[in-house]
Design a protein around this ligand. Structure first.
Ligand SMILES: [Zn+2]
Length: 101
């Protein structure tokens, strides 16, 4: 059997799931999947999932685009675009133009 995790949450009268969440929160990791959390309590994927889940449940119509998950989503999209653009550029041409050889 695996050794029991001994920490400040071990003896609390709370569910195993809640202990997991508190440990993840303490270690700055996503409380749902354990990936490193960008900011707050969840990774970007689960921030978005939680956001959409809550919108649906509460019947919300508006989107607050200045909110963390939207800004991170926007940032990730920009980075993906950048990667695609640099990957498409031919390598030989850029090194010839730099004139360092
Ligand atoms: Zn996650």
């Amino acid at each position: 059997m695996r050794k029991r995790i001994e920490d400040e949450y071990t003896d609390l009268q709370i569910s195993r799931q809640r202990k997991y969440q508190l440990r993840m929160l303490r270690d700055k990791r996503c409380t749902e999947c354990g990936q490193p959390a960008v900011q707050g309590s969840r990774c970007l994927k689960h921030l978005i999932k939680a956001r959409e889940r809550q919108r649906k449940k509460r019947g919300l119509r508006r989107r607050y685009h200045n909110t963390l998950s939207y800004r991170l989503q926007e940032l990730e999209r920009a980075q993906a675009n950048n990667r695609a653009r640099t990957a498409r550029r031919p390598v030989a041409r850029t090194s010839a133009r730099s004139g360092r050889n």
